[in-house]
Design a protein around this ligand. Structure first.
Ligand SMILES: C[S@@+](CC[C@H](N)C(=O)[O-])C[C@H]1O[C@@H](n2cnc3c(N)ncnc32)[C@H](O)[C@@H]1O
Length: 286
């Protein structure tokens, strides 16, 4: 009898599509150097002044219990690792950027949390069970900032004993598109969650997707810190004085000013992709 086969990629190289779209995206922050350079700004302009229900929402959707171990891949400043450490037995906070890990360490010390271990590593090169042991839960929150999608996902799946979670943006980022209009540049979006989902499918992983809208705002006293954040996210470029002024004007008009500080809407549409290790896998041939 003839063999019956099924090509879960439908002939599309999703890994390559991801690489191409991310390479060309108007906004992206790839590589440890960019994050080392941005850490100081991240700590001040972003962490301290953004209020959002993102973390609360994400944690409420994760199935956690106090005896679990969690691996937070691309932990950044510990936005998730810190609250997670209060909910589970142990958190490994992994990042490629020493400067971002410093922020996690500082934030963990400030809360006297002793159950967080930091690991400095590029996840796409990590050897599972040698560099990093398996954890009950593996999380990637807004950290899939790598050209190597398949390597990243494959390691997440192998490092998880129970479940994986990926939180990633959906579709067009309207705020970014507006900035491109100000710069008079074509807006090229970062790849959406759908590419991640399809890459997982082509690896035989049947994931669940939940789309959610988070609400938030960012408060800044000095508008130029927003221009710095844009520069960091736009490949770490530098703007000439005239462009900086244009961006400042744009932000000043876009933001509400009250009591000497500006407030920017930070609501966003996010996808939570998750899969169980014990869940069904795709059959690709009989
Ligand atoms: C946008 S921040 C997100 C931080 C945190 N997960 C959160 O939700 O606040 C992205 C972080 O992922 C890290 N990252 C990106 N690619 C990585 C990789 N291949 N290996 C380890 N860390 C990575 C960056 O260094 C950065 O600190």
């Amino acid at each position: 009898m003839d063999k019956a086969c099924f090509d879960p990629s439908y002939g599309i190289d999703w890994d390559d599509l991801w690489r191409q779209q991310l390479r060309e995206a108007s906004f992206r922050t790839l590589g440890a150097d960019r994050w080392n350079a941005g850490a100081a700004n991240w700590g001040k302009a972003m962490d301290g002044t953004v209020s959002s229900n993102y973390v609360e929402y994400l944690l409420s959707r994760m199935d956690l219990s106090p005896d679990m171990t969690v691996l937070d891949v691309g932990c950044g400043s510990g936005r998730l690792a810190i609250p997670l450490a209060k909910l589970v037995r142990h958190v490994t906070a992994l990042d490629q950027s020493p400067a971002m890990l410093e922020l996690t360490i500082k934030n963990a010390e400030a809360e006297d949390l002793r159950n967080i271990k930091t690991v400095h590593m590029d996840w796409t090169k990590a050897r599972i069970d040698i560099d990093v042991e398996a954890h009950d839960i593996v999380l990637s929150s807004s950290s899939l900032l790598t050209l190597e999608l398949r390597e990243f996902l494959n390691r997440m799946d192998r490092a998880a004993k129970q479940r994986c979670y990926i939180s990633w943006g959906v579709g067009m980022a309207v705020r970014d598109a507006r900035v491109c209009q100000v710069l008079r540049e074509e807006y090229r979006p970062t790849p959406s969650h759908i590419v991640i989902y399809n890459q997982l499918f082509s690896m035989g992983i049947l994931a669940n997707v939940e789309i959610y809208q988070t609400a938030g705002s960012r408060q800044v006293k000095d508008i130029s810190s927003l221009v710095k954040t844009v520069a960091h996210r736009a490949h770490g470029r530098t703007f000439d004085e005239a462009t900086e002024e244009k961006l400042k004007d744009f932000f000043a008009k876009e933001m509400v000013c009250q009591d000497g500080s500006y407030s920017q809407d930070m609501s966003s549409c996010t996808a939570l992709i998750s899969w169980d290790k014990a869940g069904p896998r795709l059959a690709t041939g009989i």
